[in-house]
Design a protein around this ligand. Structure first.
Ligand SMILES: C[S@@+](CC[C@H](N)C(=O)[O-])C[C@H]1O[C@@H](n2cnc3c(N)ncnc32)[C@H](O)[C@@H]1O
Length: 389
């Protein structure tokens, strides 16, 4: 159960409690656990890095935590998730803000770890490309980078033209993805170009987090001179993070639009706690059609990262008898049987696959509400060009 701690209205968050192994409304991957999970043992540097991400969430959602409506809205979101009524849970901005404050911090930390674990595979995606000046956004696209108050247009142009860039398209992506992506940039000098695509109205939430990632944290006037001197944004200069939010149903994208989103150079595509929702809410037929379409358009060398709840929490039912298929089986069935994919498309190889991994939080982390350990399955695929006959 989520506990709002007594100190939640203060600017200094209390320690997260160690009673983290409670079952959450989203199933075991968001928290819980049939087994007990011991707290993570991390180096002081790792804890400091994770705490910075939690501080960004805390600073961004400070007002929400002290809002009298917070607990009521949180219960409504939990109920909608429990009922698998995702349209309600992710359907309005107030719910998304509460979701982002409650569930996204732990997810962001977890995704940051996953991204650092696949750093070697991400390396070849980092290319000296720039965002084309001629790119005109579609009407449903909100470009965050250009709205950031700290953006200096000349610097923006210089950075985008000269730097190595990692592109990522997060399908069903929101608060957790942008913060994890920002953290990946922190430890590098590259430019990150992130597109978040979701049916829910995430634009405002991710725009706030974009600003939180690219602006030095607020300091009290009593902060020491040393603290003031080293106060810096997670991503500097701000122009190294570009983000665009697209409010769209991925299952309804036509090939032209998908092709525009994917671009011409290899990129990372993520479906983080989203693919199983596509199979169960959108249906296996439409989701399979989308994956087949993706295979025909995706630039060779791209990566697809799928993270979701493990085991029986990620199953989709088919046919009148409602026979259940594991998400991973459905995905492999579509991607790995080359003869079943459109001949004009690419081939997929599976680089990594883990059925059940724990992400445990350290007791030393501070956040105004209790965060929970999570368990997930993870699969990483890469596309290659089809050998010509
Ligand atoms: C469980 S949430 C996960 C959010 C985020 N990836 C995370 O890990 O915190 C699933 C997300 O997928 C989005 N989604 C579901 N079906 C979708 C679809 N057909 N097209 C685009 N987004 C979709 C939902 O709106 C929601 O934001």
């Amino acid at each position: 159960m989520v506990k709002k701690s007594s100190g939640s209205k203060s600017s200094k968050p209390p320690p997260r409690t160690s009673t983290s192994a409670s079952k959450s409304a989203e199933g075991p991957a968001s928290g819980a656990t049939e087994q007990q999970s011991a707290a993570a043992i991390l180096s002081p540097e790792e804890i400091k890095a994770q705490q910075k991400l939690l501080n960004i969430f805390n600073d961004t959602f400070r007002e929400i935590f002290s809002d009298d409506e917070f607990d009521t809205t949180l219960q409504k979101v939990k109920q909608a998730l429990f009922n698998r009524d995702f349209e309600t849970a992710f359907g309005n901005e107030q719910f998304l803000e509460v979701y982002a404050a409650r569930w996204s911090p732990g997810r962001a930390l977890c995704y940051s770890r996953v991204m650092s674990q696949i750093r070697d595979e991400l390396g070849p995606l980092i290319l000296a490309t720039s965002v084309a000046d001629s790119d005109v956004p579609f009407e449903d696209e909100v470009e965050m980078g250009r709205f950031s108050p700290t953006v200096d247009l000349e610097e923006d142009e210089r950075v985008s033209k000269s730097s190595d860039t990692l592109r990522m398209l997060a399908i069903g992506g929101g608060a957790a993805e942008i913060v994890a992506f920002g953290d990946y940039l922190r430890a590098s000098s590259i430019v990150g170009d992130l597109t978040l695509l979701d049916t829910g109205p995430w634009a405002e939430v991710v725009q706030k987090l974009h600003i939180g990632l690219t602006t030095p944290p607020f300091l009290s006037k009593y902060a020491s001179a040393a603290v003031k001197a080293t106060n810096a944004a997670l991503v500097e200069p701000a122009t190294r993070l570009r983000s665009t939010f697209v409010q769209q149903d991925v299952l309804q994208l036509d090939s032209a639009r998908l092709s525009k989103l994917l671009g011409q150079t290899p990129l990372l595509i993520t479906m983080l706690f989203t693919l199983n929702e596509l199979y169960t809410s959108g249906g296996i037929k439409l989701t399979t059609a989308f994956l087949r379409n993706l295979s025909t358009i995706i630039p060779a060398g791209s990566l697809l990262l799928v993270v979701d709840s493990p085991g029986s929490y990620s199953e989709a039912a088919v046919g009148k008898e409602a026979k259940k298929y594991p998400m991973q089986w459905l995905l492999d069935h579509t991607l790995l049987q080359a003869d079943k994919l459109p001949p004009e498309g690419c081939e997929w190889e599976k680089l990594q696959s883990h059925d059940s991994v724990w992400f445990r939080l350290s007791d030393e982390l501070r956040y105004p509400i209790d965060l929970q350990d999570m368990r997930y399955q993870m699969h990483l695929y890469r596309t290659t060009s089809r050998p010509s006959n």
